[in-house]
Ligand binder design. Structure first.
Ligand SMILES: [Mn+2]
Length: 360
């Protein structure tokens, strides 16, 4: 029993890494991808999914995980128009299942996806990585954040930061003004109640990604943040198809999260479908940078996390989450390929060590 190692890939037109290179990393079996050009809320055409899959398969890789099918803002807001978007979501799930997709990763963050305050933070060794410093957002407006993120994107699209989603950012934030966490939980329950039974029929699993960072921003509620909230989400609809994509780096940004414990609790319930492994170096509460994978490079005990996965017999999908840019590589912020490949080698080394010492 071992995890299936996968790598995120942004498609033939928008990724600087050829599929051949991904295939050459020992242990990698597949890629995680998406149709990034389909606007949020629209149905993904079956033909387009098939085309993507056959391209991936022609390089000897599998395509069984989609990250992400984004959830339309009207669903998160609980507007009457949500039913139409939920219908579209289900049609997309049917099309994905028909080509063999097993896991669909998504998040439920209002307005903004992941947030960093520096997309090219330089470390002492000259490598660059992404960093977050809550002090840089204090007293800043949302437009400052949006322009800072795009200003640093080096021309690459940023997953989750689709321009059409952000066009009306201020008015969307206004719509959330009166919303507390409980109402956001209710809206997630409404969505999952509609989608999960369909997933059960299709043999597909929904995997919710933790909020990144796991706390409220600009007064917006965020709920995929703590062990308690994750257990509450799993209870909203009690089904293996309502599962988690645990992201160690997202959850660990909060010092009150014990990530190994969350892995065990979610895993023991059979609700861990997908794992993102990465390390980060904490420099204060709400201040961190994304470090290389080894434990000694950051604040997380990666051995402990891999041992927790081994302990629950994790056999789902696992990917290195992010990578620094090293060796002169130019690419999408957060997705340095060489560093992710080093991360895979390290994770598989830990796994082999744990596996062999457990069996002798
Ligand atoms: Mn992640």
């Amino acid at each position: 029993m071992a995890p299936t190692i996968v790598v995120r890939w942004f498609g033939p037109k928008d990724d600087h890494v050829p599929l051949q290179w991904i295939r050459q990393v020992p242990g990698v079996e597949g890629v995680v991808s998406a149709l990034f050009d389909i606007p949020v809320g629209e149905v993904w055409p079956k033909g387009r999914i098939e085309e993507l899959k056959s391209l991936i398969c022609s390089h000897g890789l599998s395509f069984e995980v989609v990250e992400s099918v984004n959830v339309h803002e009207d669903i998160k807001l609980g507007l009457p128009s949500r039913d139409r978007y939920i219908e579209n979501y289900i049609l997309t799930l049917r099309n994905l299942a028909s080509v063999g997709v097993k896991v669909v990763c998504y998040n439920f963050m209002p307005v903004f996806d992941w947030i960093r305050t520096d997309l090219a933070y330089t470390l002492d060794d000259g490598s660059s990585t992404m960093a977050y410093d809550r002090r840089l957002l204090e007293g800043k407006g949302v437009e400052d954040l949006v322009s800072a993120m795009f200003g640093q994107s080096k021309g690459f699209s940023l997953p989750g930061w689709e321009p059409e989603r952000l066009a009306a950012v201020r008015s969307t934030i206004e719509q959330y003004r009166a919303m507390g966490e409980d109402e956001l939980f209710d809206n997630l329950r409404y969505f999952l109640s509609a989608v999960v039974p369909e997933c059960e029929r299709l043999g597909i699993r929904m995997a919710i990604h933790p909020d990144d960072p796991p706390w409220g921003v600009f007064g917006l509620p965020r709920i995929v943040t703590t062990e308690e909230n994750i257990m509450r989400i799993l209870a909203l609809v009690d089904s293996p198809a309502n599962s988690c994509a645990l992201c160690t780096g997202s959850l660990a940004a909060r010092s009150d999260n014990d990530v190994a414990r969350i892995i065990r609790r979610v895993g023991e319930r059979g609700r861990l479908a997908f794992v993102h492994l990465r390390n980060l170096k904490k420099q204060g509460e709400g201040i961190f940078y994304e470090s290389a994978h080894p434990s000694f490079c950051g604040s997380l005990d990666m051995y402990e996390l891999v041992a927790a996965l081994h302990g629950i017999g994790f056999d789902g999908y696992l990917r290195p989450d992010h990578g620094r840019h090293i060796w002169g590589e130019e690419g999408r912020p957060g997705y340095g390929f060489y560093d992710r490949a080093l991360g895979i080698a390290y994770i598989l080394g830990l796994w082999e060590g744990i596996e062999k010492s457990a069996s002798r």
